[in-house]
Write a protein that binds this ligand. Structure first.
Ligand code: HEM
Length: 297
């Protein structure tokens, strides 16, 4: 199948709605993290485990709390079906996901980078490990430690967090900042007051509002640009894990640079995405090429 056909499939996907295309992007990032956490078991990496459905022997990562709002699996299924019909057992689900991620970012105005191909699909998944993703409540030291544990560095933390230039988060992931921050009985003082009022009305202090949504970049929510970094400097980061990038002098400096120079952000984002998508990949005789992305062969 020509890459232009994959591209056409993704275009159809775009017509299905903005939120779907964002999923792949997010999923890719989580996928790599998820799988590398299980490095000890030597079956971790970017190997498409997040795509697997539950089976009789394990509960898949789709059940994990950080992945509950993830959707769009049908898009990957459609691309896979078309590929299998013309070129069976050749392109892995993991490669499809990686390509779709790059296309999705590019569709919404982001950079384009060279994707290395040849990943194979894993033969396991772990909901427990998926729950071990970086948390939105973490501070800079904890975030850096989790990235470093996967072979990434401080710069990767800052530039990949720029992925939050698009998409939405559920109230439960930032509500702690709105009413009783760290047990003070007051909102997080590092949150812009106009944004805080808007968020308090979207996310009233009651359980029923947990799954309401707010944009991660309230200024240009559907555009992949460097506004995320400008927002941080205006105290308009949505998650605690976003705003924490300003609490360390070296990460704050990178935030300043990326906010000033969109082309530097675009270049570095592509580089870090390549790095992340190469974590713990399966090649050669390891893993398999799934026929159906939702189940192992
Ligand atoms: C630094 C560690 C990270 C943390 C703590 C984090 C946390 C989160 C959280 C809590 C959400 C909202 C989830 C929900 O409410 O369902 C989210 C959404 C999102 N994240 Fe991250 N994330 C991180 C890194 C990344 C990276 C590396 C990327 C991509 C390069 C990324 C891209 C996205 C996107 C695009 C969304 C929006 C998804 C949607 O609209 O459904 N995140 N993230």
């Amino acid at each position: 199948m020509k890459s232009s056909n994959i591209y056409a499939s993704i275009k159809q996907w775009k017509q299905l709605g903005d939120t779907i295309q964002l999923w792949s992007f997010r999923c890719d990032s989580k996928l790599c993290f998820v799988l590398n956490v299980v490095r000890d078991a030597d079956n971790g990496g970017c190997e498409g485990s997040v795509l697997l459905d539950d089976t009789a022997t394990f509960r898949g990562e789709k059940n994990a709390i950080p992945n509950l709002s993830v959707g769009g699996f049908d898009v990957i299924d459609n691309i896979k079906t078309r590929l299998e019909s013309v070129c069976p057992l050749t392109v892995s689900c993991t490669d499809i996901l990686t390509l779709a991620t790059r296309e999705a970012v590019n569709f919404v105005g982001g950079p384009y980078w060279k994707v290395l191909l040849g990943r194979r699909d894993g033969r396991t998944a772990s909901e427990t490990e998926a729950n071990n993703l970086p948390s939105p409540f973490e501070d800079i030291d904890d975030l850096v430690a989790k990235f470093v544990a996967k072979g990434l560095n401080v710069k990767d933390v800052v530039v990949l967090s720029g992925g939050h230039t698009i998409g939405y988060a559920q109230c439960i992931t930032f509500q702690n900042r709105l009413f009783n921050f760290s047990g003070t009985g007051k909102p997080d003082p590092t949150l812009d007051s106009d944004l805080r009022e808007d968020l308090q009305s979207r996310c009233p202090n009651e359980d029923g509002s947990n799954s309401n949504l707010a944009p991660l970049d309230p200024v240009t929510v559907y555009k992949f640009d460097n506004t995320y970094y400008k927002n941080l400097r205006n105290n308009m980061g949505l998650l605690q894990s976003d705003q924490t990038l300003l609490t360390n002098s070296s990460t704050a400096d990178m935030v300043r640079i990326y906010g000033m120079f969109p082309s530097v952000f675009a270049r570095d984002f592509g580089d870090s995405m390549v790095k992340m998508a190469n974590i713990g990949v399966l090649t050669g005789q390891d893993g398999e090429i799934r026929r159906n992305c939702r189940v192992m062969n």
